[in-house]
Design a protein around this ligand. Structure first.
Ligand code: GAL
Length: 519
């Protein structure tokens, strides 16, 4: 009896401990309805990510070859130009190129299961961002709680999750790293600038240089954010009248990417005037251009003044095409269809993006996000909407910047982020963004022309009922027999002669690639 009592007591204690640890453990995203289509990477080596990379003469070069496959992998680069070297065990290519030109190299990755080889073009010249940026940004999960340790943990997770092996490269802090005047939070207060006017980080970022050194040591690049006004959107110190000094500071700290918002610049310039819209970006890009460091400039002014028509001219490597995709948590689904599909087709945005300057419809809002009420919760997008989100972004050649919690990636979210055949569409070196070719009620067919002469085709269903969607060869501009491949499943579907029809789920997509028979 006593024994039984004791064992029941023990069982109660164990259950209590277990339920306590369960309630404190990170929530699991419920897997209902989440069908993972992306096959897991095999043990043999596969080289992923961009096939072309731009650098300016004299700037420090850093590129880590992204490859999946069993470790250890030995990396080699054939025809690497003078000035660059490749670390055979990490795949990091570093050095400096002084002579402009296009250098065609062959990248090779070998493990005990085999060897993979791929052409990798290094273009030394004026253009950076020859394919859309890939990375992570802190905003939609950490908003104004971001810290140094969050950034380091994000960089670690980029490596441990394997995202780095699929081409993800940037770890970007968004707003809230500088001092916030008038804040009653002691971690945000302090001197906004030092005696010489150089901007200070707030106490949540005790040593920016050490942080970017850490990010770089993992083979990643680091990004930062500010605004041309006096304050950022969240009310932190920004760059107005300190532009030269702030860029010098970002260089000293070792940043590789700058998101330049508009907020509070409305007090300085008139957003109805094109000249005023362009002025802060012309100024910052001319300062950046003088640095001995390649810094990608991302314009964040929500598409004002049809920024896609001049974003590249004012020195941007990408420009936001609309407001915040996740401005309202509950509204993400609506925004996805509006800012993704509608803005792109209405304004023919495909005519403007390309190598060196990309349309940016905002971040990938999947996985765990802030609900703006103090919690991080799973994305409100349904699994099919998430497939639609990533597929559309790759068709329109959008930057693939994930902004959910990278330290809490469930298998489904990871599978959406790491499908190499979808990423290959996004990163296609021809750099021609895709566009809508047909709309039939709630269904749409989008295509993107790819460098090898093939086409990516998205069959989308925006409706509330499952629907059949057909890609008609004549409409998408191909003739004759085509080899059709399902990109999410990475499976050939067969040869088709004049059309291909598929049943597409509610708010879902089927992503195809078509090769003419002769390719
Ligand atoms: C917005 C911007 C967001 C985020 C936020 C930070 O203007 O569109 O992406 O950067 O500011 O306060």
């Amino acid at each position: 009896m006593k024994n039984r009592l004791l064992s029941s007591l023990a069982a109660i204690i164990i259950i209590a401990i277990l339920s306590f640890s369960c309630s404190t453990a990170p929530d699991k995203v419920p897997d209902d309805g989440k069908i993972i289509l992306t096959p897991k990477p095999g043990p043999e080596p596969r080289i992923n990510g961009t096939k072309i990379f731009g650098v300016r003469p004299g700037s420090p070069f850093m590129f880590k070859i992204p490859a999946t496959g069993l470790r250890p992998i030995k990396y080699e680069v054939i025809n690497l130009p003078d000035g660059l070297t490749c670390d055979n065990s990490t795949g990091m290519i570093t050095g400096t190129l002084n002579s402009p030109g296009e250098y065609k190299t062959i990248v090779r990755a070998t493990n005990n299961k085999g060897t993979a080889e791929r052409e990798f073009r290094i273009v030394c010249g004026e253009q950076l961002a020859l394919t859309p940026h890939m990375g992570w940004n802190s905003w939609y999960v950490w908003e104004n709680h971001v810290t140094d340790s969050i950034m380091r943990a994000a960089a670690d997770a980029m490596v441990s999750s394997g995202m780095i092996d699929h081409g993800y490269m940037y770890i970007n802090i968004d707003d809230c790293w500088s001092v916030k005047p008038g804040s009653d939070d002691p971690s945000l207060t302090g001197e906004p600038r030092d005696a010489s006017g150089m901007i200070n980080s707030n106490k949540r970022f005790p040593d920016m240089k050490d942080m970017t050194d850490y990010i770089h040591s993992l083979g990643l690049k680091a990004g930062i954010y500010t605004s041309p006004g006096e304050l950022t959107c969240a009310g932190h110190v920004a760059a107005y009248q300190y532009e030269e000094k702030d860029v010098a500071r970002f260089v000293e700290w070792g940043f590789d990417f700058l998101k330049y918002d508009w907020c509070s610049y409305s007090k300085v310039g008139n957003k109805e005037l094109l000249e005023d819209l362009q002025k802060p970006y012309l100024l910052i890009s001319s300062i950046i251009r003088k640095q001995n460091r390649d810094i990608i400039l991302n314009l964040c002014q929500y598409g004002m003044g049809d920024v896609w028509k001049w974003g590249k001219q004012v020195g941007g490597q990408s420009w936001r095409t609309a407001g915040d995709l996740g401005g309202s948590f509950e509204g993400i689904g609506k925004a996805l269809f509006r800012d993704g599909f509608d803005v792109y087709s209405r304004d023919s945005l495909h005519l403007y993006g390309g190598p060196g300057g990309w349309n940016d419809p905002d971040y990938l809002l999947i996985g765990y996000l802030s609900n703006w009420k103090g919690q991080t919760v799973p994305t409100p997008l349904t699994p099919n909407e998430q497939y639609t989100h990533v597929s559309l972004w790759s068709i329109v050649a959008a930057p693939l910047i994930f902004s959910g919690d990278i330290t809490r990636l469930d298998e489904f979210t990871l599978s959406l982020l790491t499908n190499d055949e979808i990423i290959e569409v996004d990163q296609d070196p021809l750099g021609k963004p895709g566009y809508r070719v047909s709309k039939n009620g709630d269904t749409e067919v989008w295509i993107r022309n790819l460098e090898d002469g093939s086409k990516a085709v998205g069959l989308f269903n925006r409706g509330e009922n499952e629907a059949e969607v057909t890609a008609v060869w004549e409409e998408i501009g191909v003739t004759g027999k085509q080899r059709v491949r399902d990109l999410w499943r990475q499976k050939d579907l067969g040869d088709f002669s004049d059309k291909y029809t598929s049943t597409v789920p509610v708010h879902g997509v089927v992503m195809l690639r078509l090769w003419p028979e002769k390719l």
